[in-house]
Design a protein around this ligand. Structure first.
Ligand SMILES: NC(=O)c1ccc[n+]([C@@H]2O[C@H](COP(=O)([O-])OP(=O)(O)OC[C@H]3O[C@@H](n4cnc5c(N)ncnc54)[C@H](OP(=O)(O)O)[C@@H]3O)[C@@H](O)[C@H]2O)c1
Length: 248
């Protein structure tokens, strides 16, 4: 198993891409911790993963909660080899109507949280460690109504380069993964029926060259590669997993 003997933390590991990645890294031999704000979601995720996973209830945009997360992680594992900084959110931000509160909500959730998550766990990271940041296909294309979301993800893409340069002496690699439209709860509207969601997924899928939305596991496979020594020559790089949406 490629991750035998390694420890991993996945923020936002209770749902979607994070949950699929928790399963894949665990199946790859790693001891896995997942973090998220909702204890209910964490409990359900641990059940789905079949136990044997450490769950940490923490809001990664709060520095106090990040400190507590590090303590819980230290108590559970002692040290850390892999961080997947995945927690994040999406909101529409039309230029004409987006307000200041939405700006801060998105930037705190997607940018501040990633910077301070890395800072918080660094004291635990071992030489040879791998940090993977979750950005988005939106970091490199312009689409209407998503300026703040896209800028937040472009900042995370930039972090992968700067942080990798800063951590190279400690032999810690930082890389990014950029998902396209992936079928996860982030796309589900409140009170949306399954039928309505399927129609939405068809519409979005039709805009992607490959003809469908992606599956969370298709992103997790890239994370597994970046987490493992198979990617040992990759630093500050990005793997785009978007069905060709930003390239074709
Ligand atoms: N799905 C896509 O199409 C897509 C495309 C590009 C990029 N992404 C990125 O992929 C990442 C994962 O998204 P997803 O699609 O898997 O969404 P998801 O199913 O909604 O999962 C989001 C996860 O993040 C956690 N989370 C959110 N804010 C948090 C916070 N402040 N502190 C701790 N945990 C937090 C959520 O748990 P709680 O709510 O309990 O905190 C949940 O576990 C995000 O960064 C997203 O921007 C997704």
């Amino acid at each position: 198993m490629v991750l035998q003997g390694k420890t991993a933390l996945i923020t936002g590991g209770s749902s979607g891409i994070g949950l699929a990645t928790a399963a894949m890294l665990r199946d790859g031999g790693a001891r896995v911790a997942i973090a998220g704000r909702s204890q209910d979601k964490l409990d359900r995720a641990v059940g789905e993963l079949g136990g044997d996973v450490v769950a940490i209830c923490a809001d990664v945009s709060s520095l106090d909660q990040l400190e507590r997360m590090r303590t819980e992680l230290q108590n559970a594992f002692g040290s850390l080899d892999i961080l997947f900084a995945n927690a994040g959110m999406a909101l529409g931000t039309p230029l004409a109507t987006a307000d200041e509160e939405t700006y801060h909500t998105l930037m705190n959730a997607n940018v501040k949280s990633v910077f301070f998550t890395v800072q918080a766990v660094l004291p635990l990271m071992r030489e040879g460690g791998s940090i993977i940041l979750n950005t988005s296909w939106l970091n490199q294309v312009g689409t209407p109504g998503r300026a703040i979301l896209s800028a937040s993800k472009a900042a995370v893409r930039s972090f992968a380069r700067s942080m990798s340069a800063e951590l190279i002496d400690r032999k810690i690699r930082v890389n990014a993964v950029s998902p396209g439209s992936i079928e996860t709860p982030i796309h589900r509207g409140k009170n949306q029926s399954e039928e309505e969601f399927r129609a939405y997924a068809e519409r979005v899928g039709a805009q992607v060259p490959i003809g469908r939305m992606g599956r969370p596991e298709e992103v997790s496979a890239a994370v597994l590669f970046l987490a493992s020594d198979a990617s040992s020559y990759m630093l500050g790089a990005e793997i785009v997993v978007d069905g060709g949406r930003s390239e074709l």
